[in-house]
Ligand binder design. Structure first.
Ligand code: ZN
Length: 296
């Protein structure tokens, strides 16, 4: 059992995913006191099960939710805290934040799952000490969050950097891409399902000399280069299942350097790294969202 520091209030955290909800209590310094996972079923029963679990814990001062999307993040918008139009049955227009605000009676902080993970890595993980960083997960999809000057970048919606169009390699035009919206956007070329549909195996299961490794690394490197070039972030943190492929990070690091061609200012401060918080990035970020919500 973790020890709770007495000067930090107990906070609640939810990492709301498409297949599971991770629930936790802990503190803003990332200490997890208790943790529980429930499967994502329909919204009514999932949210009721989450409320029941929090009711059985010591009282929390605020709750942070890092949720699958798309979500409304503008606190002034009528649908703030809602999940928007989603193919996931029953979840469109679900008032996730509102449910817990009224059910638990505490302030609620709300953001996307990747922004939550970005916040966690920025304050307590691989992004510590930087002025700006991006966290990108490469798995079932490709999603990312950006922090500049200590703030999560929000705007018209939230960034969807997995859907940029990379420049295709000159000898790589046969595969049409797997994104249902864009075909050969980055996610359509380099996500787990895209790799599987193109080569019939996961990247980890393809031998090191297989062309898939260089192709995928090259396209992901274009995103890293784009983030350095457009946002001047110092660090790009790459997580998610595909990044567990042995050797992939090193290939991306080299391809990113080649893409930059020794041109970008501040390049000695730029790096592409793996997350430090691992599976806890999202839930840690949700504690930080809860801490922010206490002062809203
Ligand atoms: Zn796309």
């Amino acid at each position: 059992m973790a020890t709770v520091s007495t000067d930090r209030p107990l906070l609640g955290a939810i990492e709301a995913g498409g297949t599971k909800f991770v629930l936790a209590t802990g503190t803003a310094d990332g200490v997890i006191v208790s943790r529980h996972t429930i499967p994502t079923a329909d919204p009514v029963s999932t949210m009721a099960a989450a409320s029941d679990w929090f009711d059985a814990q010591p009282a929390i001062a605020a709750l942070g939710i890092a949720s699958f999307g798309p979500v409304e993040l503008d606190r002034r918008a009528p649908l703030w805290g809602h999940i928007l139009e989603t193919p996931k049955p029953g979840w469109s227009n679900c008032d996730l934040a509102g449910h817990f605000m009224s059910d638990l009676g505490v302030p609620v902080g709300f953001d996307t799952d990747v922004n939550g993970a970005a916040l966690g890595e920025f304050h307590l993980g691989a992004g510590r000490g930087t002025s700006g960083m991006a966290y990108v997960t490469v798995g079932t999809g490709i999603g990312g969050g950006v922090i500049v000057n200590g703030q999560i970048v929000h705007g018209a919606g939230h960034p969807e950097m997995g859907h940029i169009y990379p420049r295709r390699a000159a000898d790589d035009h046969e595969f049409a891409g797997a994104c249902p919206f864009h075909g050969d956007c980055l996610e359509g070329l380099s996500s787990g399902p895209a790799i599987l549909s193109r080569w019939g195996k996961t990247l980890s299961d393809l031998p090191a000399e297989h062309e898939a490794h260089c192709r995928v690394a090259g396209y992901l490197a274009q995103l890293c280069h784009t983030l350095f070039a457009s946002l001047a972030v110092e660090r790009v943190i790459l997580g998610g299942g595909v990044m567990k492929t042995p050797g992939l990070l090193a290939r991306i690091q080299e391809a990113t350097m080649n893409a930059g061609a020794n041109y970008l200012p501040g390049r000695s401060r730029q790096s592409v790294v793996m997350p430090k918080l691992g599976e806890n990035a999202g839930i840690t970020g949700a504690f930080l969202l809860a801490e922010e919500a206490r002062s809203i």
